[in-house]
Design a protein around this ligand. Structure first.
Ligand SMILES: *Cc1c(COP(=O)(O)O)cnc(C)c1O
Length: 441
């Protein structure tokens, strides 16, 4: 299989660029019309609806335990904003024309964890908590779950373990500690000191390893399996995590409606999502496809030194290939995207749904982060700034223009909506913000 892939590399210029660590856009040849894709998927609209209902059952708990969620009635949700100044800046500075309107989805400002991980990570802990609490008669299914706030001594008999490059650990750690669990985060070498410190202040056990994300996950899984009453949050293979991300689409639909933004056959929606192991961008794409079908075009963005999902999908080897196998370092300043081996679960689900994958150089992450801060006064972390490769690259790469033609979207591009999905940044302490803002690679 791997030899087949090596041959493919030479025939496919975008793939060759990715292997060389050069910025590229890879268009997914397995992308299918949604109706056809949906027939083959073993997860569907019912699974998204179930996740949505579960989050609503927990809403009274959130209003009590995390009062900042009262603004969204106990749901963990984020604003959608127009960024006309940034759009104008990008057009002028990078010499591109972005047809239609550029918006930003501010998961960087999600309550509790300040990153997209507040969706999947928290949702998985809620699934586990609901099971335990119902089985032990602590809550009754249609009662208010606010009562969970009084049962931390019950949950303190149970452990949660998770492997993380930082943000997943923050999300799992904060919610688990609040419910009462004993929680251990197994941090890979990318994890920032302030994230470890913040977790320890929440009473979380943080174990630090000088290994990459995949290895930290393996270590965490082994330690968790050796314990009794322990649940391991598996970022590489968890359907629960995935569904927690998928519900984002429903709220986005309402936000677009509120802005009178139409998405239909003549008004395409383009969404650009930073990708690490794939769960967050994959789950969100899955949800969006179920709502907007062929009218949404979803693109991932990965660092040039770590395009693991690109290699996994392009080779069909999924988690059977790592970026190190093709000679890339896997090392990137985008700590949230520093995942050398993609999720198998997500790659397979994305085969018929994803439009393509961009790669971006690390120095541009800092530039886009600064540009957004300067033009719109919005701070996001470098990993999140990767999303801007999408609106800049869609029309600059030949394959992007060919994609637009192949979808017969050219004449409708002036009606397009482009959403960059900002995935993190709000919890970054001010000294680290200063440091980021002054980093030039
Ligand atoms: C985790 C993360 C992502 C990507 O999510 P995956 O599920 O790992 O693909 C993107 N941006 C930030 C800031 C993250 O923390």
């Amino acid at each position: 299989m791997y030899n087949d892939f090596k041959e493919k590399i030479n025939e496919n210029p975008p793939l060759k660029s990715a292997v060389l660590g050069v910025e590229t856009l890879w268009i997914n040849p397995k992308h299918k019309p949604f109706l056809l894709a949906d027939m083959d998927l073993n997860l569907g609209a019912e699974d998204i609806a179930e996740a949505d209902a579960r989050l609503h059952r927990f809403a009274p708990f959130f209003v009590r335990a995390f009062p900042e969620t009262a603004l969204t009635d106990g749901l963990i949700e984020s604003p959608l904003s127009a960024i006309p100044n940034m759009q104008g800046f990008l057009e002028e500075h990078y010499g591109v024309h972005i047809d239609g309107q550029l918006l930003i989805k501010l998961d960087s400002h999600l309550p509790i964890a300040g990153s997209v991980k507040a969706r999947g990570g928290i949702y998985e802990i809620l699934c586990h908590t609901e099971k335990l609490a119902l089985a032990h008669g602590i809550i009754v299914k249609n009662d208010s779950y606010a009562a969970l706030c009084e049962h931390s001594s019950f949950f303190s008999k149970y452990q949660i373990h998770v492997g993380s490059t930082g943000n997943l650990g923050l999300s799992i750690g904060i919610i688990s500690a609040k419910i009462g669990y004993q929680v251990t985060v197994h941090m890979s070498r990318e994890a920032k000191a302030w994230k470890k410190q913040m977790l320890r202040e929440h009473g979380v056990t943080v174990l630090e390893y000088d290994v990459d994300f995949s290895a930290a996950v393996t270590l965490g899984r082994q330690i968790s399996e050796a314990e009794e009453n322990s649940h391991f949050v598996d970022d590489e293979n968890s359907t629960d995590l995935f569904m927690g991300y998928a519900v984002a689409a429903e709220w986005l639909r309402a936000q677009l409606e509120l802005r009178d933004i139409t998405v239909d056959d003549t008004h395409p929606l383009f969404v650009y999502l930073p990708c690490g192991v794939g769960g967050a961008p994959g789950g969100i794409t899955f949800g969006l496809k179920h709502i907007f079908g062929d009218n949404v075009h979803s693109f991932f963005v990965e660092p040039t030194q770590c395009p693991s999902m690109l290699f996994g999908m392009a080779s069909s080897l999924h988690d059977g290939i790592s970026v190190n196998d093709v000679g890339l370092s896997g090392i990137t300043h985008a700590d949230g995207l520093a995942v050398s081996r993609p999720s198998k679960l997500v790659g397979k689900l994305m085969d018929p749904l994803l439009s393509g994958i961009f790669t971006i150089s690390d120095y541009l992450l800092y530039n886009h982060m600064r540009e957004l801060y300067a033009t719109e006064n919005i701070f996001i972390e470098p990993s999140a700034a990767a999303a801007f490769a999408g609106p800049i690259g869609l029309e600059s790469f030949l394959d992007g223009r060919a994609y637009i033609e192949s979808c017969k979207m050219r004449e409708h591009m002036e009606n397009a909506t482009h959403i960059v999905w900002a995935t993190g940044g709000n919890l970054v302490p001010s000294t680290n913000r200063e440091e980021f803002l002054n980093t030039y690679l």
